[in-house]
Design a protein around this ligand. Sequence first.
Ligand SMILES: Cc1ncc(COP(=O)(O)O)c(C=O)c1O
Length: 450
Amino acid sequence: MTTTVPGTLAPTTTVAGPDDGRRADAREKDIMRFRTVSGPDLTTRNDAYLAWQRDREEADLWPYFRRYDTALGPRATAVSDTGVITDGPNFGGQDYLSLTGHPAVLDAAHRALRDFGPITAGSPALGGANPISKALEAGLGEALRTDHVALFPTGWASGFGTIRALMHRRDHILLDRLSHDSLRQGAAASGATVEFYRHLDNDDVRRHLAGIRATDTRNAVLVVTEGVFSMDSDTPRLAEPLAVCREFGAQLMVDVAHDFGAMGEHGGGQLEVHGILGQVDFVVGAFSKTFATTGGFLATPSASAREYVRMFGGPQTFSSAITPVQTAVALAALGIVTSPEGARRRASVAAVATRLRDGLTARGLEVMGDVVCPVVPVLIGDTPTGRVASGLIARAGLIAHLVEQPAVASDAARFRMQAMADHSDRDVDTAVEILDTCIRRARRTTVGAH
Ligand SMILES: Cc1ncc(COP(=O)(O)O)c(C=O)c1O
């Protein structure tokens, strides 16, 4: 067990931990090796995985499952299971417009708790709605210019539940190759035929659609993409797949988890940027990035599709509804998002993201993406370097998340920096300095080691 207090350990500190062989394994081994375990006893057959994870923890190579000992803010304190305290700029939280501590949001949460209690009666089908959830559905419909909205307990559930409910065995689903887990899993669970097109490649969408429609004009085809792909911070030219869908009699779904509220002049995200608000068949999204709470939604112009998803979408019918506090927070956040204050906050987070991008690029680091959005991914490449850097960064006083397999390819590890409107210039400059120093040091450590 390694225990430290904030700021007392320089990034050069050597920590006690596993012996050299196990330390090398902890740094180098591909996590996907553990996805093909076999054996008759489910309670013991993952012991090797646990031992490897423990080695990573002890060797300062395990950045996951940390806890926050403070509220989510531009500066925060995170603590690892081995007791490493990171106290400093927080680029690991998802609070793009810095609304989690906003007085109007906190007031709304308190009032909802007082008026409606901590939980709803049950699933949406069995008394899970209340006046706040109805107002939230209406508000989202207005912001997205779409008549029919259904709420979900999480953003993940909205993508999964909508696809799983709507699509059937003879149908076809065409997803961007880098689609979020919730969308892939919904597609797999639906039983429909699933194809993937090249990331952001609208010509490839057309090729696939033409191929499907050449042999099947009787069944549905759903094309699935995202407003912003957060791992890469890039975005499709959304009007094109919409037009291609219309041409081939297919429908379009866009997951706007990361851009709705945080981008676009009025907060309408990439749908607004591309001038197609209100035109997309199925818009799913999450409250967890910009709307200061957990929860998600489906917005669609189709009344029947909405009702069908409400009745046959697993997370709608068989899971308790989003709570009164969550709906009140999301509604208050939506009020800010669509106000002049929202526009100011979007400008602030864009300025923070730009300063971060420019600062990192000036140090020679590779920043991914082609849009100014709150997510700024810093490409490391090889996973061992990422793991070593993550330990150094945590000890140097910066909260930043390493993303490695299975979320991204093994040679494309990265730090996913998440900007907030309330980050100061100093927060950004500190982050740049720490990232640069620690990544250089990690590269020196791992050169020749694998
Ligand atoms: C595109 C996309 N959809 C859905 C989700 C899930 O949202 P939530 O964490 O609110 O369930 C995420 C977040 O990781 C996401 O990036």
